[in-house]
Design a protein around this ligand. Structure first.
Ligand code: PEP
Length: 236
């Protein structure tokens, strides 16, 4: 799906709209120099203007979530089509912070379908909690998370799948390179047409070793994407 490496900045709810837009304006030129595909995911309220700032730069804008329904009586929800109309080309679906609020694998799969239907690329997050990791049942857990996604795509075609172990998110710790090699080989086998990303405590120190892992085509970066100097070292 992606020839270039993909770097997705997930800003979560860490910056205000004004702060986000100032970041985009200030760093647009420098970001454009990257040979990778950059996707900036600010909060919903910053998306339209971020899309305008990055118009014709090759830098993409993504949303952090969307509704699983296309339209209708869903007060407070945001439709995938609306995100496409304001210039988003990617949408994160099923981030663990969203799943923690009750979003199931089946809902994530429906979000994925609406995102694809609106012409955007879904970045679907999967990953096991600490208890599953400790019990050494990660493979089984990921297989179950992937099942509804793979049931409605051709081997993950047009999908980005981000493997983010929950215990590695924002913690400063991550799986060993050996573990990641095994997991990404498995993900590639299950979804050979998907673009596979790693996420969880990626920073300027560990990015080089992560880049060497087969089948990782990009990264989802949370905390380290807020500071431009650090993010710039990660993407270059
Ligand atoms: C994330 O939550 O998507 C993430 C990758 O966070 P962090 O990089 O801060 O661990």
């Amino acid at each position: 799906l992606h020839k270039k490496k993909l770097f997705v900045a997930n800003w979560k709810m860490n910056m205000t709209t004004q702060e986000s837009l100032a970041w985009c304006v200030t760093h647009k030129n420098e970001l454009q120099k990257s040979s990778s595909q950059i996707v900036i995911c600010p909060s919903f309220t910053a998306l339209a203007r971020a899309g305008e700032i990055f118009k014709d730069t090759g830098i993409a804008v993504g949303a952090q979530s969307c509704c699983e329904h296309e339209k209708g009586p869903f007060t407070g929800q945001i439709a995938a089509q609306d995100l496409a109309e304001i210039g988003c080309s990617y949408v994160i679906a099923g981030h663990s912070e969203e799943r923690a609020l009750g979003v199931t694998n089946e809902i994530v799969a429906r979000k994925m379908v609406t995102i694809l239907k609106a012409g955007m690329t879904p970045i679907v997050c999967i990953g096991e909690p600490q208890t599953i990791y400790d019990a050494k049942t990660t493979t089984n857990f990921l297989t179950k998370q992937l099942a509804p996604l793979l049931a409605v795509t051709d081997q993950g075609a047009a999908l980005c799948i981000a493997y983010e172990p929950l215990w590695a998110i924002g913690s400063g710790i991550m799986p060993s390179l050996e573990t990641l090699k095994t997991i990404f080989a498995l993900l590639h086998k299950k979804a050979p047409k998907a673009t596979l990303l790693y996420g969880g405590s990626v920073n300027k120190e560990n990015i080089a070793s992560l880049q060497s892992i087969p089948y990782i085509n990009g990264f989802l970066v949370g905390g380290a994407s807020l500071n431009f100097d650090e993010f710039n070292l990660i993407i270059s």
